[in-house]
Design a protein around this ligand. Structure first.
Ligand code: ADP
Ligand code: MG
Length: 319
């Protein structure tokens, strides 16, 4: 039988040149670059709640880290280090090897080093803590949006929600749409480069993990503002064209798990945001604007200029 320590050494111990001390002692030792602050975030993923228990372990390894890096991206922080605490029902080495491959593939892609963790037996559960850095005072917060800012969103929110709907049999997608949407669900791409570029450009940012309306709500609440969104300006893609329009709108506004960035920026910086989309080869859509706090926190405007109600989630929150 493989011991806990053998498992750790075999699958989770890698060189960590960016840390003073990595895996193997009672604690890791790190030092952010001079003039930087640490930005820290943690996220727990529980089997059955956040992922199907039979999810491919390599996809799972990627995703548990990717969703945490997405939080650092939303803060405009550079990812540096990560802690991985995991509970597994049994020491299935093939499973663990595949999980570690996915995890380190995400780690190497984003230049983050695994410096420690905890490994125990129990119902499958992953707790990842990421450490990033940002120059003093420059990390992005939810609370600094200004009235009259543009609201922007990256990529294609709604794909992951549609992928989930198709896995749950709530819709049927053609093969390319299925691949794109399920891919977005299982293999999210944290917008780390975008987050870094938004320092000094965005006034506030959040990652879209709970749904666009719900996460925009966090910025509005923290910044004490209201907003209006124009439905026509929401980004769309080929995968959406073949699906029921109500389901698509529901996934775009209220579907979770997209890990795109939603941010606010002053109107006069529009050209810089547009240039950034070119540089990063990443779609950035201007979907609305903020306003002083009003009788209503959020207004959704359709193509004819009429106000519409979202079908679910965030609905109460905004009424
Ligand atoms: P302790 O008993 O002091 O808490 P552990 O036996 O839990 O230490 O862990 C031994 C070393 O292995 C520690 O440095 C810990 O950070 C690291 N570690 C444990 N599990 C993991 C893991 N899944 N990934 C990376 N490092 C781990
Ligand atoms: Mg321990």
């Amino acid at each position: 039988v493989t011991s806990e320590f053998d498992l750790i050494n075999r699958y989770f111990r890698r060189a960590t040149p960016g840390a003073l001390l990595g895996v193997g002692d009672d604690g890791a030792i790190v030092q952010p670059k001079p003039g930087n602050e640490l930005v820290i975030s943690t996220d727990m993923l529980v089997a059955g709640t956040h992922f199907f228990p039979d999810t491919d372990p390599q996809d799972l390894g990627w995703k548990v880290l990717a969703v945490n890096l997405s939080d650092l991206a939303a803060m405009g922080a550079l990812p540096r280090w990560v802690l991985l605490a995991l509970a597994l029902p049994a020491a299935d080495e093939d499973w663990i090897a595949a999980f570690a491959r996915g995890f380190f593939s995400c780690a190497e892609t984003h230049g983050v080093e695994l410096i420690g963790g905890d490994t125990t037996r129990g119902p499958m559960n992953f707790c990842v803590t990421v450490f990033g850095e940002a120059p003093t005072g420059e990390a992005l917060r939810r609370s600094d949006a200004q009235a009259g800012d543009d609201i922007w969103v990256s990529g294609q929110p709604g794909r992951a929600g549609l992928g989930l709907a198709s896995l749950q049999g709530r819709c049927v997608l053609d093969a390319p749409a299925q691949a794109e949407c399920v891919g977005a669900l299982l293999h999210p791409l944290p917008r780390v480069r975008l987050g870094l570029a938004l320092r000094g450009l965005a006034t506030a940012a959040v990652d879209v993990s709970d749904g666009l309306l719900a996460d925009l709500g966090h910025i509005l609440e923290a910044s004490k503002l209201s907003a209006s969104l124009t439905l026509e300006s929401l980004p769309t893609c080929n995968a959406f064209a073949t699906v029921d329009a109500d389901l698509v709108q529901d996934c775009m506004l209220s579907g979770g798990d997209d890990y795109e960035l939603l941010f606010t920026a002053p109107i006069n910086l529009r050209p810089r945001v547009e240039a950034l989309a070119d540089t990063l080869q990443l779609a950035l859509a201007r979907i609305g604007s903020t306003a002083p706090k009003g009788y209503k926190t959020l207004r959704l405007i359709d193509a004819k200029g009429a106000e519409v109600q979202p079908t679910r989630l965030g609905y109460d929150h905004f009424s």
